[in-house]
Design a protein around this ligand. Structure first.
Ligand SMILES: *[C@@H]1O[C@H](CO)[C@@H](O)[C@H](O)[C@H]1NC(C)=O
Ligand SMILES: *[C@@H]1O[C@H](CO)[C@@H](O)[C@H](O)[C@H]1NC(C)=O
Ligand SMILES: *[C@@H]1O[C@H](CO)[C@@H](O)[C@H](O)[C@H]1NC(C)=O
Ligand SMILES: *[C@@H]1O[C@H](CO)[C@@H](O)[C@H](O)[C@H]1NC(C)=O
Ligand SMILES: *[C@@H]1O[C@H](CO)[C@@H](O)[C@H](O)[C@H]1NC(C)=O
Ligand SMILES: *[C@@H]1O[C@H](CO)[C@@H](O)[C@H](O)[C@H]1NC(C)=O
Ligand SMILES: *[C@@H]1O[C@H](CO)[C@@H](O)[C@H](O)[C@H]1NC(C)=O
Ligand SMILES: *[C@@H]1O[C@H](CO)[C@@H](O)[C@H](O)[C@H]1NC(C)=O
Ligand SMILES: *[C@@H]1O[C@H](CO)[C@@H](O)[C@H](O)[C@H]1NC(C)=O
Length: 537
């Protein structure tokens, strides 16, 4: 095979965007690299394992002069095939696959590294950026320049600018290293990464040919307010239920709504139907097992039912006006003490336990204070905070622009997907975005498709596996004009058995053929456009 030069001098002809200035560049040849990456880390591709892969690790730091930032981009460029033997050929598949971040991270953390291992295993050159935010899980280290002053350049880098840079620089790196730019460029991310994908389609159309946006934090301000909403409800009610009460209501909803779609498999596919048919208040007074209390049992309280009801129905203003979508019945609102409706109970007394992302957002970016406590906001103040979030930061972080005309005309293709039991971000937000785009561009199906994933939690987890066919389907759509239709997925039933299912491009839903005797077989499922249960809200 060709010997590529994995040393800094080989990159001396690298052309960076005029807005940037290179601070440092290191190259590390990596030999005999082995990896075993489960599908959950690849999000939209199957598990992969390999040995004896070699690649060039090019890591560069740059600044936007005057902005006091230092962004690090890390690219891995395959120089041998996986499981390489002496006669392997074509180490690079001529494509770039950029990998997104999660939470407050733009990328360049454990999760994105796993995605990159998967990518090089398939021959992609791959890249990630830290947006200049370092390695921290929270935004506390960088959000404030000083009390009252948000670090707007850092927020702008997270929101958009680092993504454009990554695409441009990534292509330039392959030009220098392999002697040609990628034939096709892709982006794969979930959550913050899903938001990044949408941002790329909206603000940098033409940069990526194909974009995968999982469980995107689209409508950022609504997402942040949604993180805090159950806590606001509890404060307003003056009731902080035990986690076990809230969990028991969700589990019962799953039991009662499971069969609404015609198949009992532990998964609620008909979310709207479940909201209409299952009343959490019917469980008030039921005795349940509860490890959090002495004696081990507790009766479900009115407060628990009210918190669940309001979390499912979504955010309202203090005067009762509905604002935004909630989470689905069956979504885990407690997540072992870190979920959106989590409380912290000691000796029978419970207090709220706000989830960290929304907490950071409201305390640091809206209150602009390192000592503010989001738990102290009244409902009225919270409404005002949610509004201020949009007023001040829409242009930095929002990805709600539904006019994808330019992305479409540049030939871009996009696939979004969202787990229906996402415990953080409402799947209906992504559905809403898809509908917003289709209102502007009725031929949306020609370039953008959305897949709902019943039984999948936020990005991964839950009874459903990941939509592992989507990366390959996106590639075939971009390169061969093969339009993605049904996509395979595997679910784990309550008894532990694995079953095949299909995922369908919205607004289609998977429909079980009742004449088919074997619900375990994917061939018994098809994608049909069915009337959707009207949601209560
Ligand atoms: C290559 O990696 C494998 C697995 O990690 C290891 O067993 C082997 O000794 C390594 N070979 C060389 C030449 O380093
Ligand atoms: C590498 O070889 C192993 C063992 O033969 C195989 O299981 C794996 O699928 C191969 N991986 C790739 C990417 O070819
Ligand atoms: C790539 O290089 C950077 C900078 O030296 C380093 O921090 C990172 O750990 C390297 N990654 C791999 C997989 O070698
Ligand atoms: C590992 O890959 C290299 C090519 O990068 C090849 O020369 C070598 O023979 C391979 N080693 C084994 C054990 O297959
Ligand atoms: C070397 O390449 C030939 C032709 O592509 C292939 O048939 C053979 O299996 C390869 N050998 C090894 C050890 O992979
Ligand atoms: C559940 O919440 C919705 C939306 O806030 C509200 O209209 C309804 O009255 C609530 N149900 C009960 C029984 O309180
Ligand atoms: C739940 O959290 C507790 C305390 O932090 C921990 O000990 C336990 O392992 C966690 N359980 C799960 C299932 O994550
Ligand atoms: C829960 O509250 C106790 C007592 O106030 C405190 O020590 C503990 O750190 C809290 N747990 C969490 C996860 O915040
Ligand atoms: C804010 O909340 C904290 C913790 O719940 C409490 O100790 C403090 O007194 C509250 N401050 C105000 C101004 O209400």
């Amino acid at each position: 095979m060709t010997l590529h030069l994995c040393n800094p001098s080989a990159f001396s002809s690298l052309l960076l965007p005029i807005s940037t200035s290179l601070l440092s560049l290191t190259t590390t040849p990596v030999y005999n690299f082995s990896a075993s990456v489960p599908a959950v880390y690849r999000l939209t591709a199957p598990a992969i394992s390999y040995t004896n892969l070699s690649f060039c690790n090019v890591t560069l730091s740059y600044t936007h002069p005057g902005q006091n930032d230092e962004i690090t981009i890390e690219a891995w460029l395959p120089t041998s095939s996986p499981n390489a033997t002496a006669n392997s050929t074509a180490p690079w598949n001529s494509r770039l696959l950029a990998v997104g971040g999660g939470g407050w991270r733009a990328g360049r953390f454990d999760f994105s590294y796993e995605g990159m291992k998967g990518a090089i295993g398939e021959g992609y050159a791959t890249i990630t950026t830290d947006a200049g935010l370092g390695f921290s899980q929270t935004s506390r280290e960088w959000a404030l320049l000083s009390e009252g002053n948000v670090n707007l350049y850092h927020l702008q880098n997270l929101g958009s600018v680092s993504l454009g840079d990554m695409g441009v620089i990534g292509k330039e790196i392959t030009r220098v290293f392999y002697g040609k730019r990628p034939e096709y460029s892709y982006f794969n991310g979930c959550s913050q990464g899903g938001r990044q994908g949408l941002m790329l389609s909206q603000r940098y159309p033409g940069l990526f040919d194909g974009i995968l946006a999982g469980a995107p934090a689209v409508y950022w301000s609504e997402a942040m307010a949604g993180f805090q909403w159950p806590q606001v409800v509890m404060k307003e009610l003056g009731k902080w239920p035990y986690g076990c009460e809230v969990s028991a209501i969700g589990e019962e909803a799953t039991r009662q709504c499971d069969g609404l779609d015609g198949v009992v498999d532990g998964i609620v596919s008909d979310v709207g139907g479940c909201l209409n048919s299952f009343d959490p208040f019917e469980m008030v007074g039921s005795e349940i097992k509860c490890a959090e209390v002495e004696g081990g049992t507790v009766k479900i309280t009115e407060g628990a039912a009210a918190v669940v009801n309001k979390t499912w129905h979504g955010r309202e203003t203090v005067d009762g006006r509905w604002v935004w979508y909630g989470l689905s019945p069956g979504a885990d609102l407690i997540v072992n003490g870190s979920g959106l409706a989590a409380t912290n109970c000691t000796e029978g007394k419970c207090v709220g336990q706000p989830a960290s992302i929304g907490k950071d957002w409201f305390e640091l970016f809206i209150a602009k204070s390192s000592t503010f406590n989001v738990a102290n906001l009244t409902h009225k103040e919270f409404d005002r905070f949610a509004q201020a979030s949009k007023q001040e930061f829409s242009s930095f972080v929002e990805t709600d622009d539904s006019d994808l005309t330019e992305f479409r005309s540049q030939g871009g293709k996009m696939i979004s997907w969202h787990g229906l039991i996402d415990q953080l971000l409402s799947p209906e937000s992504t559905e809403r975005y898809y509908r917003d785009v289709s209102a502007v561009l009725p031929d949306i199906h020609e370039f953008y498709r959305h897949y709902e994933v019943p039984g999948l939690e936020h990005c991964f987890g839950g009874p459903s596996g990941n939509p592992t066919g989507l990366l390959e389907q996106l590639r075939a759509w971009v390169e061969e004009d093969v339009v993605p239709e049904a996509s395979p997925v595997e679910i784990t039933k309550p008894d532990g058995k694995l079953e095949a299912r299909v995922l369908c491009p919205y607004p289609q839903k998977a429909q079980f053929d009742a004449s088919c005797t074997d619900p375990t077989a994917a061939r018994c499922w098809s994608c049909e456009e069915l009337p959707r249960s009207q949601l209560v809200t």
